[in-house]
Design a protein around this ligand. Structure first.
Ligand code: FPP
Length: 227
């Protein structure tokens, strides 16, 4: 029995490349296996009753990777979303995104929109993929909107214009692969998040470890600056 479930879990899915390299495989094989883990963890989060799961799938910096890897990730994403639709429907999962989608191909944008439309009335877990996402970019875009609309600069108004406006603050941030940094991910939203860093590479991450981390979270004492 897991008590004190976090409402919003965010994950930096890191280590796909190293997982593949350790096996003498091409990096993209790690991403392929990583996509299967995305499915396993999404189902696990949905089954246990988490409301929001944000996954860092492609950062604003990831365009710097070799062209072949970027193209592979785009195709993998398109294929993943199309295959996933029956699972989203069965699990009552709503699909959402954060990030600037305008840089993706029209085909991928269409797939993303299609899956959002189909799942928009699902009321269980919301799975949010961070796509072409960078937290600084998100905050700047929000400030520009505040400015255009001549609104007061305060926390409430700014939050309205963040991509994450409907999902709120992150309660628990997990990063795999042993790196201990937040890499421009949800900087505003993790202000009071609990953080867990695990050495496990993302393709080796699984439901059991995820539930162990949720148990650890449940035992932490969150004071939000109070005593
Ligand atoms: C980090 O591993 C992972 C990414 C840059 C992208 C995350 C993508 C996936 C988990 C697969 C596709 C996702 C979906 C939703 C279909 P890395 O390549 O930086 O690993 P390394 O640090 O070991 O090189």
């Amino acid at each position: 029995m897991i008590t004190n479930l976090p409402k919003h879990v965010a994950i930096i899915m890191d280590g796909n490349g190293r997982w593949a390299k350790n096996r003498g495989l091409n990096r993209v094989k790690g991403h392929e296996r990583g996509a299967e883990v995305v499915r396993e963890i999404t189902t696990a989060a949905s089954d246990i009753g988490i409301k929001f799961l944000t996954l860092y799938a492609f950062s604003t910096e990831n365009w710097k990777r070799p062209k072949m890897e970027v193209e592979f990730l785009m195709k993998l994403l398109d294929r993943y979303l199309k295959n996933e639709l029956p699972i989203y429907m069965k699990e009552n999962v709503k699909f959402e995104t954060v990030g600037d989608l305008s840089k993706f191909s029209k085909t991928l944008q269409k797939t993303i929109q299609h899956i959002k439309n189909k799942t928009k009335n699902n009321s269980g877990l919301t799975q949010i993929l961070a796509l072409n996402y960078g937290s600084r970019d998100e905050i700047i875009r929000a400030i520009k909107k505040l400015n255009e609309n001549h609104e007061d600069i305060n926390e409430q108004n700014l939050e309205k214009y963040l991509d994450s406006a409907n999902f709120g603050d992150v309660d628990l941030l997990i990063r795999t692969s042993g790196e201990v940094r937040v890499s421009n991910f949800l900087l505003w939203q993790i202000a009071y998040a609990e953080m867990v860093f695990t050495d496990t590479l993302w393709p080796d991450f699984n439901k059991d470890e995820f539930y162990d981390i949720l148990k650890e979270y449940g035992n932490r004492d969150r004071r939000f600056g109070g005593v």
